[in-house]
Design a protein around this ligand. Sequence first.
Ligand SMILES: [Zn+2]
Length: 150
Amino acid sequence: MKNELKAMIDTITATTPEPEDYTGEDGLLYCGKCHKLKEAYFPEGKALFGLDRHPAECDCQRAAREEREVAEQRRRHLDAVEELKHRGFTDPTMRDWTFENDNSRNPQTELARRYAEHWEDMRTDNIGCLFWGGVGTGKSYLAGCTQTPS
Ligand SMILES: [Zn+2]
């Protein structure tokens, strides 16, 4: 059990050096690109399972991680939009209800487009957009247009 735990900790705490990385005068690994620490000693000279150091994030690694996180966030957002569209737009042809596919015959389309383009402001100011009118006047189509993910 103790050996398994140690093996797990070794895996977690192992810092894989890149060819350009180097060991500084303090005995710690430095990034060859940004010259920031890639590992750090445990505080007050403490050791964990015989190890005196743990990995640290250099500027390059932080930038790469943040980029991954933004991409992941974007992917989750698009997945959520896709899921909501799947539930809300039961007819697949509704997915083609976009401003780009609009025939420009409805004079209200421009208002709906401006609403969608300024969605972040609309949401911040808690402003809704209400479509009303008779059957066949394009209310559902405009509602579909405003649901394009951004
Ligand atoms: Zn770096």
